[in-house]
Design a protein around this ligand. Structure first.
Ligand code: NAP
Ligand code: MG
Length: 494
């Protein structure tokens, strides 16, 4: 806990919603703006530049110039490392300001903006900075009359389009490897939460990232986003967001210049708890804590819980005791663990799914409605449905809100089959003390990440991404460099 009065800080905040192009804060060429309002209490935060194709042209041209004159790509790796580590240090130095922007812009509790979002985002930038001068290329086993080199080169101008649920962290997952590899970047944050990305660009410049190398264009998806995805001079697009838009991104890449297109998309992750799980209390706390964390607005949220029938009652009894602890509160209060839903549209979607679950015959055991309505903000109670059938929409579709669907099973193979019977494949978990069973199940689950006897542990050292319609790329770890580099063969006659 800090001694900070976050309400005072919020009242004094002057957020700048202008774009960041070629090292400068600028309005959209059209002069158009839109209001950013906070889901915390409905206050207006900033007027944000509504960038469109004209601004995209300017930013891409700036990024291209910066790439061609090698002001960044041409720096020694050790120098890029120094700059990126300085950037991470500046993020830490400004952590309270960044955390406040994140909380006000998208509604998450300030305690987590500080301890999770800023912390993980700066660590990501630092980690890729550190990696910059520690990665070696390869020499191929060629005949004696030749020398064959396999080297990585930056792909050029990278466009990144990111969602609003972890705005700063999703930005960092792109910025870190893209800049470490020597690319220039044009980032389009979600219209719903653009403010932290814009501030990051200023801090990067201050740290020594040259102008033009890192540009941020706030705006709407079907204007700025689409113009980036269709741009003929963008070499690579790294997208995080919904599966629906991810499909459009791949099409737009194909329609235009066949830019490398990477997608990190939605999920409907299964959490399978067997009767022989090593610690039932831990499994319950994890299942409940993970679905309500970030208001359920997490791509990897374990939103389908499969509990073995023989422990279902005991599990639910324990779970229902924990649920009230996740009741939404004032996001600016450091005690609060669940905050506001990002906007009215998302609020309607989530409440719609809750109505759908009730109508389909699922048993509503907790929550089910809006909360804190006198706050002027947008809040939903932590909600739990039991008796969910695999055919119900609440068991099949990504809700992206604080709603847990509980299904039960008697046969593990059947549970795994159901867990896999979804278009998604982002994450999954199994809880059992039988290690052979755990390993067999982990192998059978079609997901980019499988957790065993825990749910949320991972870090920057391991890749994150999806099987199937959860996407085709991997963020984090050294594997992320694959997205932002070309592989070159140089065959030399000796
Ligand atoms: P979204 O609606 O797909 O939007 C994502 C981004 O794409 C936003 O910046 C959006 O801009 C932009 N966009 C929308 N339409 C576009 C178009 N036609 N062309 C180009 N860009 C366009 O997703 P969201 O609601 O922001 O985020 C939630 C989704 O992200 C969930 O499905 C979640 O699972 C997924 N997610 C995945 C991961 C992962 O790593 N796999 C991580 C986090 C979130 P505007 O918002 O300004 O319209
Ligand atoms: Mg916002």
């Amino acid at each position: 806990m800090t001694a900070i009065n976050w309400h005072e800080r919020a009242a004094a905040l002057a957020a700048d919603g202008r774009a960041f192009i070629d090292g400068w804060r600028v309005d959209a060429r059209s002069g158009q703006r839109f209001d950013s309002t906070s889901p915390v209490d409905g206050r207006k935060l900033a007027e944000v530049a509504r960038c469109d194709a004209q601004d995209v042209d300017l930013a891409v041209a700036a990024a291209r110039r910066a790439f061609e004159d090698r002001r960044w790509a041409g720096k020694a790796p050790a120098e890029r490392k120094r700059v990126l580590i300085r950037f991470a240090e500046l993020m830490l130095a400004h952590r309270e300001e960044l955390a406040l922007l994140e909380t006000l812009d998208m509604g998450k509790p300030i305690r987590y903006s500080l301890s999770v979002d800023v912390q993980l985002a700066q660590n990501c930038i630092r980690w890729y900075g550190e990696a910059t001068d520690k990665i070696y290329d390869q020499v191929a086993p060629s005949p004696e009359d030749s020398l064959a080199l396999i080297t990585r080169e930056p792909v050029g101008v990278v466009a990144a389009i990111i969602p609003w649920n972890y705005p700063m962290l999703m930005a960092a997952w792109k910025i870190g490897p893209a800049l470490a590899a020597g690319n220039s970047l044009v980032l389009k944050p979600s219209e719903k939460a653009p403010l932290s990305s814009l501030r990051l660009a200023e801090l990067a410049l201050e740290a020594g990232v040259p102008p033009g190398v890192f540009n941020v264009l706030p705006g709407y998806g079907d204007e700025a986003g689409k113009a980036l995805a269709l741009h003929m001079d963008v070499d690579c697009i790294a997208f995080t967001g919904s599966t629906r838009v991810g499909k459009q991104i791949l099409q737009m890449a194909g329609q235009s210049n066949l830019k490398r297109a990477w997608t990190e998309l939605g999920g409907k992750s299964a959490n399978i708890v067997c009767a022989d799980c090593p610690d039932l209390d831990a499994a319950v706390a994890s299942a409940v804590g993970s679905i309500y964390f970030n208001q359920g607005e997490s791509c990897n949220a374990p939103s389908r819980l499969f509990v073995e029938e023989s422990i279902r009652e005991a599990f639910l009894e324990k779970a229902l005791r924990l649920v009230p602890r996740h009741a939404p509160g004032d996001p600016l209060d450091e005690q609060t663990v669940m905050g506001a839903i990002v906007d009215q549209i998302q609020m309607k979607t989530v409440l719609g799914y809750i109505e759908d679950g009730k109508a389909a015959g699922a048993r509503l055991l907790a929550g089910g409605g809006a909360a804190r309505q006198d706050s002027g903000g947008l809040y939903i109670e932590p909600t739990l449905f039991d008796g969910v059938d695999a055919s119900m929409r609440i068991a099949r579709e990504e809700i992206f809100g604080p709603v847990l669907s509980v299904l039960s099973f008697t046969d593990l193979d059947e549970a795994v089959r159901q867990a896999n019977s979804t278009p998604y494949g982002l994450a999954a978990a199994v809880w059992t003390r039988d290690m052979s069973k755990a390993i067999r199940t982990a192998r059978a689950l079609r997901a980019g990440t499988v957790h065993v006897n825990q749910y949320d542990n991972d870090d920057i050292t391991v890749p994150f991404g999806g099987y199937k319609q959860s996407g085709n790329g991997r963020d984090k770890s050294l594997h992320a460099f694959d997205k932002y580099t070309e592989l070159k063969t140089t065959w030399i006659q000796v």
